[in-house]
Design a protein around this ligand. Structure first.
Ligand code: ADP
Ligand code: MG
Length: 312
């Protein structure tokens, strides 16, 4: 194979010609330089994806590349930002791995019209991809985890548990089907995130580690309780799909399955009708307190479902 610099040019730069109008110095220098309009703020996030940790070692690497970029973009959706730039460090075991990962990465940049503004390409004992994303929001409007109010309703936009079921199926040797593609093909809800922000939603996150575990982050950051109603969660199309395959597991996967990248958010009741029109599902209410709680037929139930923890 050719040298590192030829590879960077051929695999990444030449295949991502799009340059955002706010870019002053694009890919190819020591760093990229970007303008930020006066009325906007910059939103930045970084995400690592490692073979054998974030994707099964036997999964095609172009899918892994695409997935890594989309998972990172989901954080911008959660903040309500318009995605503009990505910087990607690719750690590759060998040349064929690099080529495969680059194909998925480039595809994701095209699909979401994002500029690949820089990155790094290195050899490594393990295939891995680190994606930094940046976007813009109008000043002081970014949706955060700390903005929930005790009177808010809780909403969900997207699926829960499908990706976890897909991963389980992959490990059981089933390498195709709807669930497997839910795991492999993440859709960052970038447009929906912006729509929520424009409607006036100010508290949102994307569910990557499981609903209850992630909801606890909002509860702690906002100092409110999030009270989920199981009957409402059971009306989600993703719950029905799971129940169709495995009735016993549907609730557990809904509560703890990560990586569907649904948007979980809270909003005042005045937004109820507009949010329903957007296709969001009301799944509970907030109250005074600081934890995620679960209710069935009006009574609180104890739960013992854990989301994902890298060091547990
Ligand atoms: P430096 O040594 O200054 O860190 P590199 O030699 O690593 O720069 O990279 C040269 C140029 O190619 C830089 O502009 C860098 O941003 C870009 N680049 C390297 N790898 C990637 C990649 N995987 N994706 C996009 N751009 C990359
Ligand atoms: Mg340099």
């Amino acid at each position: 194979m050719t040298s590192e610099f030829d590879a960077i040019s051929r695999l990444f730069k030449k295949r991502t010609p799009y340059i955002h109008p706010l870019t002053q110095v694009g890919n190819g220098d020591d760093a990229s330089v970007h303008q930020v309009p006066k009325d906007k703020e910059l939103v930045i996030s970084t995400d690592a994806a490692v073979s054998g940790v974030h994707w099964p070692e036997d999964m095609p690497l172009d899918i892994a590349g695409h997935r890594a970029v989309c998972a990172a973009l989901s954080d911008l959706a959660a903040m309500g930002a318009k995605a503009t730039w990505v910087w990607i460090a690719v750690m590759a075991k060998d040349s064929p791995s690099l080529v495969k990962m680059s194909t998925g990465i480039v595809q994701a940049c095209h699909n979401h019209q994002i500029e690949l503004a820089g990155g790094d390409t290195v050899s490594s004992a393990t295939n891995a991809i680190t994606v930094t994303v940046a976007g813009l929001v109008p000043k002081s409007t970014a949706m955060t985890r700390g903005n929930a109010c005790p009177d808010d309703e809780i909403w969900l936009l997207g699926n829960l548990g499908l990706s976890a079921m897909g991963l389980e199926q992959w490990f059981a040797g089933k390498h195709e089907g709807d669930f497997v593609s839910s795991f492999q093909r993440i859709t960052p809800q970038l447009e929906a995130g912006e729509q929520l922000r424009e409607l006036g939603v100010r508290c949102c996150m994307d569910v990557s580690d499981g609903l209850l575990q992630d909801a606890n982050h909002i509860a702690k950051a906002s100092n409110v309780s999030l009270n989920f109603v199981i009957e409402k969660l059971q009306s989600a199309p993703s719950f029905k799909k799971l129940a169709h395959i495995n009735k016993d597991k549907a609730l557990k996967l809904t509560l703890s399955g990560g990586e569907d990248y649904a948007l979980l958010f809270t909003a005042p009741a005045s937004l109820h009708q507009s949010l329903k029109k957007l296709g969001a599902l009301n799944i509970g209410d907030c109250s005074e307190g600081n934890s995620a709680r679960l209710f069935l037929q009006g009574s609180e139930i104890e739960y013992n479902v854990k989301g994902y923890d890298h060091f547990d």
